[in-house]
Design a binder for this molecule. Structure first.
Ligand code: NAD
Length: 453
């Protein structure tokens, strides 16, 4: 049987092998999920809520263990990994509120009573990338389970360890067998089978736009529901009237967090031309101060890239010859390191400006006025996130309405809270996760008319 050999990205040591799931086992897992889902959906809403709270408690008790697994498997700094494990718990706790709040509607009609129900979809396939293995999985499985579905989760080939542990915690907390199954293996085998299997009624896919297109085409063949969370090339727009010190101090975190392997990374910093020199002067010490090093150390802010293949891809962008403004540091020796790097491209059409690099590389570009800033921010096929720095409230409102992206923040860089909706416009995706409506996305609306005749 084939297997993935997992490598610690910070020192290149072998962690362990994880066997791939064969296609027949995917089919067997779907059959188990179909059975488990029927029983789960038949539970009283309060009982489903209680079961999810117990799962959240189990995750809470394992935060440190999950965080250490992510440090080893993905190279995330320990502080970030603890936040991620805690976020999984929070998503589950928030989701535990859904079963008792999935209210339908009563619609005034002639001749009787009309009501709607949010019925579960059935079995949901969740396919996730390697950059935030456990948080992105939880955005899918928390609300999907809450709405009465069963879930089959396919982790990315390089990073299955936290997902596998979460499935064990789910069982240990009392969730029924078959309700949340994790099937590691290649996208071309396990992922494609989930997309093609007629009993998997919805796919939530997070990953590259290229693969997302294939997944959407596969879902179309079965007229299967699909949510897509895809790539990004988000803008951090800094106007000359902004608090430049605050904007520059926070810009490194907005793009170098998780070594830039973040779909929301603000990887284009757009600065009003008259403030450009001052902004770069303030940005340089902030970039050089980013603490890049061993992910297990408490003081580390940025770790290595996830794999040698990905490190080489990111380095390829640095070899295109775009002028480098300045760089931070990175350890020597084994591990997949790239230092935080700030580029000053000569053209808005440079590949480093238009393509998602998914590494610790940011391009700084000047703009002339508000209209130019909006045009430049929108000059991308993506539309996931972005930030706007200004002291002018009217401008903050105008620009945040004009930028075509699903998640914007003004005078900050926040993108993800479990209680607010998250997702992309344009080629960054379709549908939304998280927030008050998260569970509705895992339901079918059924309308029932009861005649009074
Ligand atoms: P990827 O598209 O290569 O893989 C994502 C997942 O899809 C993996 O589990 C992979 O095994 C699986 N897969 C591959 N081929 C498949 C197929 N034919 N059918 C079904 N599944 C298949 O992406 P990646 O390199 O793992 O992740 C990086 C990308 O993810 C970046 O583009 C990033 O922006 C994006 N991303 C988006 C979000 C978001 O919420 N919008 C969040 C994180 C990452």
């Amino acid at each position: 049987m084939s297997a993935a050999v997992l490598i610690d990205p910070s020192d290149e040591s072998v962690i362990r092998e994880v066997p791939d799931t064969p296609v027949e086992e995917v089919d067997a897992a779907v059959a188990r999920a179909v059975r488990a889902q029927r029983g789960w959906a038949a539970l009283a809403p309060a009982d489903r809520a209680q079961a999810l709270r117990r799962f959240a408690d189990a995750v809470d008790g394992a935060v440190e263990e999950l965080a250490r697994l992510e440090v080893r498997n993905s190279g995330h700094p320990i502080g970030s990994a603890r936040w991620e494990a805690g976020h999984v718990r929070d998503v589950l706790e928030y989701s535990a509120g859904f079963p008792e709040r999935l209210n339908g509607r009563q619609i005034p009609v002639a001749g009787g009573l009309d009501v709607t129900f949010h019925e579960p979809i059935g079995v949901v396939g969740i396919i996730v990338p390697w950059n935030f293995p456990m948080t992105i999985a939880a955005w899918g499985f928390g609300p999907a389970l809450a709405a009465g579905n069963a879930v089959i989760l396919k982790p990315a080939e390089w990073t299955p360890l936290t997902a596998l542990r979460l499935a064990e915690l789910a069982l240990a907390s009392g969730l029924p067998e078959g309700l949340l199954q994790v099937l590691p293996g290649p996208g071309a085998v396990v992922g494609e089978r989930l997309v093609a299997h007629p009993d998997v009624r919805k796919i939530v896919f997070t990953g590259s736009t290229e693969t997302g297109r294939k997944v959407m085409a596969g879902c179309a063949r079965h007229v299967k529901q699909v949510t897509l969370e895809l790539g990004g090339k988000s803008a951090n727009v800094v106007f000359a009237d902004a608090d430049l010190e605050a904007a520059a101090a926070s810009a490194p975190g907005a793009v170098f967090d998780n070594a830039g392997q973040d779909c929301c990374a603000r990887s284009r910093i757009l600065v009003e031309r008259r403030a450009l020199d001052r902004f770069l002067e303030l940005l340089e010490p902030a970039v050089k101060a980013v603490s890049v090093g061993r992910p297990g150390e408490e003081s580390t802010e940025m770790g290595p890239l996830v794999s040698v293949a990905h490190r080489d891809k990111v380095r390829g962008y640095l070899e295109l010859g775009t002028p480098v403004a300045f760089q931070g540091t990175a350890p020597e020796g084994p591990g997949f390191w790239v230092p935080p790097t700030v580029l000053l491209p000569g053209s808005r059409a440079d590949r480093v400006v238009t393509e998602e690099i998914f590494g610790p590389v940011v391009s700084v570009l000047p703009f002339d006025d508000e209209a130019d800033a909006i045009a430049l921010a929108n000059d991308t096929v993506y539309g996931l996130a972005g930030s706007i720095w200004t002291r002018d409230l009217g401008r903050a409102i105008r620009v945040s309405r004009a930028v075509e992206a699903g998640n914007l923040s003004v005078n900050s860089h926040s993108s993800v809270r479990y209680s607010t909706p998250f997702g992309g416009m344009k080629q960054s995706g379709i549908g939304r996760e998280l927030g008050p409506d998260a569970a509705v996305a895992f339901t079918e609306t059924k309308n029932v008319f009861l005649s009074n005749g």
